[in-house]
Design a protein around this ligand. Structure first.
Ligand code: SAH
Ligand code: SF4
Ligand code: F3S
Length: 441
């Protein structure tokens, strides 16, 4: 093994990509690489990319451009591009940036050892963008970032083809991971003292639809709830069209499944939802929220939303604002619609001008901030169980942060190192994004 090999990896995009980077890093460590945060000291640079919106893609191309200069001074350095943009752009990346040495798609992370060997010893302009027929991560080495909470992909890909979205083209169609493989991995995580598992999929509600074994997402949650040592189970993302009453019951009955649901609304206008091919209207979305809140006490609901979809009028946007006022989400991830060439919405007329989109975004962010602050204010004085997962980012002495079951960030101080523990914290102050508290007992 060559211990001088140093990997610099940068990840863009969703948790799925971050988890893929953990697999990539794990494999490269096994091949003798060590990790560096200093790009100038690396001999292998990997960019694990995203292309869900045009802006992130531009940012990545600009970073690739900057790396050209760094490579000039280090002729042995190799540069690889992986992730969703690699899958979407393929050879175009070599054309735009001839200093890129290799490209591979998300399913090819299982094949990384071969890819690296081919690039190093045979062919520097290498591209590997095939699909794998079977989705297994079973024997893949992994270097997890957290020692408290573990991400776990239970499925990949998406069959929904929302008209604005590039993901079905970059990640392929839905593929669920086998139940026994998931259970065995979670048992191992419990043995390694992980307290929380975070199940990942583009649409976890359709978990199992493609498996020969008859199993639903609810059933999987029930099985995972029985694993000793694991204290918390989280999941994302749920699609409203598949959010079943059965799942509501399971979340209520399984003590380890956290009281938090991320349920992207995307728009408050039924007309726009139809054009987005979301397969629900706003009344149906309201009905699910009501059902969830009637059945599960103290549930936090968060969402994704977009402004400026082609054809979105001022009235459609008002529908979104009104839905937000009525539903009162705990938090919302807000986006400006971005035209993606593979997605069919890019063919729609009536593009909304950028200035208008920006104005709508700020109005929505402003409204949501007030709602989040109001919800959090009501939590002052209450005590929550918090899983401590970080020492404070600001390096303030003795400051820790963790999350409530409802996924709120709680900051508090403690002289003892409480990383990885479940503790009780009383909330004394709040803001729209963070709670501040005192340790109890
Ligand atoms: N599978 C998940 C999330 C996919 S991407 C889901 O269905 O909810 C995360 C979020 O990015 C989406 O929920 C959507 O709000 C946003 N998004 C996706 N494509 C977009 C586009 N073309 N422009 C702007 N936002 C987009
Ligand atoms: Fe994209 Fe829609 Fe699939 Fe989510 S459900 S990944 S938004 S196509
Ligand atoms: Fe981006 Fe791919 Fe995730 S496009 S959001 S990294 S699935």
């Amino acid at each position: 093994m060559d211990y001088k090999q140093k990997l610099y990896i940068r990840t863009f995009g969703c948790q799925m990509n971050v988890n893929d980077s953990e697999y990539i890093t794990g494999q490269l460590i096994k091949l003798g690489y060590s990790i560096t945060e200093d790009i100038f000291k690396s001999n292998l640079i990997l960019l694990n990319t995203c292309c869900v919106r045009a802006k992130v893609e531009q940012k990545i191309y600009s970073l690739i451009g900057k790396i050209k200069k760094i490579k000039k001074n280090n002729p042995d350095m190799i540069l690889g591009i992986c992730g969703c943009m690699a899958q979407k752009e393929k050879e175009n990346i070599f054309e735009r940036a001839p200093h890129v040495d290799f490209i591979f798609s998300p399913p090819q992370i299982n094949n990384l050892e071969n890819i690296i060997n081919t690039v190093k010893h045979v062919n520097k302009k290498y591209i590997s963008c095939g699909n794998t027929s079977e989705f297994s991560l079973k024997y893949l080495p992994i270097k997890r970032k957290s020692k408290v909470s573990a991400w776990l992909q239970i499925m990949r890909g998406c069959n929904n083809y929302c008209s604005y979205c590039v993901v079905p083209y970059t990640r392929g169609l839905e593929q669920s991971r086998g139940v026994s493989e998931i259970l065995s991995e979670v048992n191992d995580l419990a043995k390694n003292k992980y307290k929380e598992i975070f199940l990942l999929g583009q649409n976890v509600n359709s978990y199992g639809n493609d498996l020969s074994q008859s199993v639903t997402f609810s059933k999987l949650l029930e099985l995972l709830n029985d694993i000793n040592g694991i204290e918390r189970i989280r999941f994302t993302t749920s699609h409203p069209k598949d959010f079943s009453f059965d799942l509501i019951k399971t979340i209520k009955n399984c003590d380890k499944v956290c009281n938090h649901i991320h349920l992207p609304i995307q728009s408050g206008s039924s007309k726009i939802l139809k054009m987005m091919n979301r397969k629900y209207d706003i009344d149906y979305y309201r009905k699910i929220i009501k059902e969830i809140r009637n059945n599960i006490d103290n549930i936090a609901i968060t969402t994704d939303v977009m402004v400026g979809f082609p054809g979105e009028t001022e009235n459609d946007f008002m529908d979104t604002l009104n839905a937000f006022k009525e539903i009162e989400f705990d938090e919302a991830y807000t986006f400006i619609y971005s035209d993606r060439e593979n997605a069919i919405a890019s063919l729609l007329p009536d593009q909304v001008p950028l200035e208008l989109k920006k104005g709508r975004l700020w109005k929505l962010i402003d409204l949501q901030k007030k709602i989040s602050a109001k919800i959090n204010k009501k939590l002052e004085g209450k005590t929550f169980e918090v899983l401590v997962d970080k020492k404070s980012k600001k390096h303030i002495e003795n400051q820790f942060s963790g999350r409530t079951g409802t996924n709120k960030i709680v900051v508090f101080t403690s002289k003892q190192n409480l990383l990885g523990q479940l503790v009780k914290v009383k909330i004394i102050k709040s803001s729209a994004w963070t709670l501040y508290g005192e340790l109890i007992g």
